[in-house]
Design a protein around this ligand. Structure first.
Ligand code: GUN
Ligand code: ZN
Length: 463
């Protein structure tokens, strides 16, 4: 092989070789991805310069162009995908996962609020934020929209952890000034002031971004919702996150609390909280009027399937949302959700769709977990694909990473089958490595990894 160095490749590149796959557009939800929506390089090369992607392409085309001495990591038999993105997850709820026998409102009161009260302690918050971000990386997730508690300490702790790991996190302090224990509640003005201060400190500091975070309409007074809307209007580039229409008991309660509003969505609309920077978690019990308003305003729903089945909340109608032109993101909603893994989240999303007689192809599921979620967060110019100039956030997946996956591979290895097997059967054993902004932040070690991925092969071109 002769080296014809490409003048467009800067000095000091690194390359990763494997099967490279990413989305350029929404592939749709048919058996074949929409033309031009996906790029797949069976023997591919992802070339990275420092923290950014230079190019993704065929190894046969790009290997000869690398400057002599360029390090190439060969992830043999592995899949290289953009890092997963989670559009709704609670940092302070790792310890709440797998809490027995309750639906939303009881679950909040019995398990969640008492646990969240611990996060006024900065040391505890820091320990949990480290655990949380390390676990995200173990599951291949490199970015997310994250709820903290009402304590500013929890927000500082999370952003510090994100910054240390180079991750792009968007997060905020939960605003909640009623219907919760005293050790969690703030005041309308206090929550505005705290949010503003946190926003000033963290929004766009490196890769971190702030999110205005009223918990849900039941735990905010009208005054607090109005101030959240004011803050959103003052900072139109800041994301807004809350919960909406998850549980029928919750919806009845909102009707009592806001009798003057014609629907739950109208509460948020009235206070200026809808728009293309807003992500509403759940949106299960909704109608066509809601969908029309979401579509008109560009408001996104975060579909949280493992939470919705675990808490018995209901089955999100993915097809109706898509057909109405509503942006949908995919999310774990830990600790209502039962796994931080976006693979497990895709599996549950598939099952929820099946229960509704709807398809969810692996193309659509992996699109949602990568570029789709990046778009929902307005981060697609930074992450979610391997377009040149994006941050080099990627996950190396082992299609034989568990005994079951390895066995299943005997029966079919098309890209469709490979991705579908991974999303239905995969777990953290299928995550070989997670790279954030060009740095390896997680790498699997140990006997549970199949021989194909025990070690990446390092070799140097021209050596
Ligand atoms: N609604 C209000 N708060 C929460 C929460 O923490 N989790 C879920 N799933 N729903 C909520
Ligand atoms: Zn949630």
């Amino acid at each position: 092989m002769t080296n014809v160095t490409d003048p467009h490749l800067p000095e000091g590149c690194e390359a990763h070789r494997g099967t490279v796959l990413h989305f350029l557009e929404d592939p749709g939800n048919e058996m074949e991805p929409a033309a031009g929506s996906m790029a797949l390089f069976e023997d591919g090369l992802l070339i990275v310069h420092r923290d950014k992607v230079v190019v993704a392409g065929d190894a046969s085309e790009w290997l000869p162009r690398l400057p002599a001495g360029t390090p190439v990591t060969h992830w043999k038999g592995q899949l290289i995908l953009p890092g997963f993105i989670d559009t709704h997850v609670h940092m302070p709820q790792l310890g709440v996962m797998a809490s027995y026998g309750a639906q939303l409102l009881d679950w909040l009161e019995t398990y969640t609020f008492p646990h969240e009260a611990r996060f006024s302690d900065l040391d505890w918050a820091r320990a949990e934020a480290s655990r949380f971000t390390d676990l995200l990386l173990r599951y291949g997730t490199t970015s997310g929209l994250v709820f903290c508690t009402s304590h500013p300490e929890s927000v500082h702790a999370l952003f510090e952890a994100g910054e240390q790991r180079g991750m792009a996190l968007t997060a905020g302090k939960a605003m909640m000034d009623r219907h919760a224990p005293e050790n969690l509640t703030d005041t309308a003005q206090g929550s505005y002031d705290d949010s503003l201060e946190l926003l000033g400190t963290w929004h766009k500091r490196g890769r971190q971004r702030y999110a205005i975070t009223p918990r849900f309409a039941a735990t905010s007074t009208p005054e607090q919702l109005a101030l959240a809307g004011k803050l959103a209007a003052e900072h139109p580039d800041v994301m807004v996150q809350t919960h909406w229409a998850e549980n029928t008991g919750e919806i009845d309660w909102i009707r009592e609390l806001f009798p003057e509003r014609f629907s739950y969505l109208d509460v948020y609309d009235h206070y200026g909280l809808l728009g293309d920077h807003t992500i509403l978690a759940h949106g299960i019990h909704i109608d066509d009027v809601d969908r029309k308003r979401l579509s008109e305003t560009g408001t996104c729903i975060a579909f949280c399937p493992t939470s919705n089945t675990f808490l018995g909340s209901g089955l999100f109608d993915f097809r109706e949302a898509r057909e109405a032109g509503v942006t949908v993101g995919l999310a774990s909603d830990v600790g209502g959700g039962t796994s931080l893994s976006m693979l497990a989240t895709m599996a549950e999303a598939y099952k929820v769709c099946r229960l509704r007689g709807q398809p969810l192809t692996p193309w659509q599921a992996f699109y949602l977990a990568t570029l789709g979620n990046a778009r929902a967060l307005h981060q697609d110019q930074q992450t979610g694909s391997f377009q040149p100039g994006r941050h080099a956030d990627f996950v190396v997946l082992d299609p034989s990473g568990t005994p079951q996956l390895a066995m299943k591979r005997q029966y079919g290895r098309t890209p469709f089958e490979t991705l579908f097997n991974l999303m239905i059967l995969g777990d953290d054993r299928a995550i070989t490595a997670t790279i954030v902004a060009g740095e390896i932040r997680y790498q699997a070690v140990g006997a549970t990894i199949s021989p194909s991925s025990l070690k990446p092969t390092h070799f140097t071109l021209g050596a």
